[in-house]
Ligand binder design. Structure first.
Ligand SMILES: NC(=O)CC[C@H](N)C(=O)O
Length: 379
């Protein structure tokens, strides 16, 4: 039996790189951990958040005060493990209750060795990150904690997110195939930069057989599967480091194969077209972000998890080496670029999560757009 940290009073302290500290109790595993402090405003979907590989090396602060109420089930994870490097909650569930629950969240965090902290003022912490920006953080728990100066020095020695090249650390090492559900209509090569399980599932539901390839796949590897379309996934780290995937995508654009990218994949399309990427002050993470599809004018409520964004002009069509490109989607909170599309080739991408796990399904139409591009190419 695992022991739970709930109810125990093991002290824990969260130390931000600017020196601000929050004292609480250990939650999950006891020890020390480091990462980039980011906040998520999702009220539900903590299992999907924890297991999203894009959160690798991030310490996630939940703005929802009660976390863990529905425990942990075996159906909702987006990958085979928890990827967040630390977890911060205000008030963990005392008694999880749900018909699918197999265990409690603190047990799961403990079993997977994820250090967390509870009982801190997550509103104050979130406001601090919103004002000062995402920054490095450490969580230290145990009965004998180092002094604050030592903890702060350790936080300041930990790696930054800017310049981090992390896809290969989270992506599959071997190619695997997700079969089409029902009749197979298309084959897609999906470059795994940190893919979430729901993404190939959303394609499989539309008759797509998905060949998920390692992050290091070459253009030859991509074309070896005989793809009708190529997909570039979400993933952790700084898109400025993703030179390999950018070159593969340029080869795909050159050949004119239908192309779709999500999140990291959108940033890679931005770079492939010659745009820059930059770090947002504190990013978008949650499941209720308003995005406008400028091709239809419709506003959709969407799931986000990104700390970087593409720097492309919002109101002009850009000339790129692959023809004309435009910003197709924009975040209505802050006008950040949320999607790109080419006007002369069958390629597009979005910065957010149409696979919507967890999250609203407003953007599921984007998978249908990908299918239409592949149909168009065949016709
Ligand atoms: N979910 C993602 O793909 C995130 C992409 C990138 N790591 C970012 O933070 O912006």
């Amino acid at each position: 039996m695992t022991t739970s940290t709930r109810g125990t009073r093991v002290p824990a302290v969260l130390v931000l790189e600017d020196g601000r500290t929050f004292r609480g109790r250990a939650y999950g595993a006891v020890g020390a951990t480091f990462g980039e402090a980011v906040f998520s405003t999702g009220m539900t979907g903590y299992q999907e958040t924890l297991t999203d590989p894009s959160y690798h090396r991030q310490v996630v602060v939940m703005t929802a005060p009660h976390v863990g109420n529905t425990g942990v089930n075996d159906e909702d994870p987006e990958s085979s493990r928890i990827w967040v490097s630390g977890y911060v909650v205000r008030d963990p569930a005392r008694v999880p209750s749900n018909w699918r629950a197999r265990r409690s969240l603190d047990e799961e965090l403990r079993e997977q060795g994820v250090v967390g902290i509870s009982g801190i003022d997550t509103r104050a912490l979130t406001r601090h990150l919103r004002e000062r920006g995402a920054m490095r953080v450490g969580i230290f728990s145990g009965n004998a904690l180092p002094d604050e100066g030592t903890m702060l020095a350790e936080v300041r020695q930990s790696p930054e997110m800017t310049g981090a090249d992390l896809s290969a650390e989270v992506a599959t090492k071997e190619t695997y195939v997700v079969p089409a559900i029902g009749e197979k209509k298309f084959t897609v090569a999906a470059v795994d930069l940190g893919i979430k399980g729901m993404t190939p599932h959303r394609m499989a539901e539309r008759g797509i057989e998905v060949h998920v390839l390692p992050a290091t796949a070459s253009a030859e590897d991509v074309y070896a599967v005989g793809p009708d379309g190529v997909f570039f996934s979400n993933g952790p780290g700084d898109p400025a480091t993703a030179d390999g995937p950018v070159a593969v995508m340029q080869a795909v654009l050159e050949r004119g194969t239908p192309l779709f990218g999500i999140c990291f994949g959108n940033q890679i399309l931005g770079r492939a077209l010659g745009f820059g990427t930059y770090k947002l002050k504190y990013g978008h993470r949650g499941i209720n972000q308003p995005v406008q599809d400028r091709t239809t004018g419709k506003v959709e409520v969407t799931a986000h998890n990104h700390g970087f964004a593409v720097d492309a002009p919002l109101d002009t069509v850009s000339e790129t080496p692959y023809g004309r490109a435009e910003v197709s989607h924009v975040c209505l909170n802050d006008n950040v670029v949320e999607g790109l599309r080419l006007l002369d080739r069958p390629a597009f991408s979005v910065q957010y999560h149409p696979e919507a796990a967890a999250g609203p399904h407003d953007a599921a139409y984007l998978f249908d757009r990908f299918v239409s591009l592949m149909e168009g190419q065949r016709a």
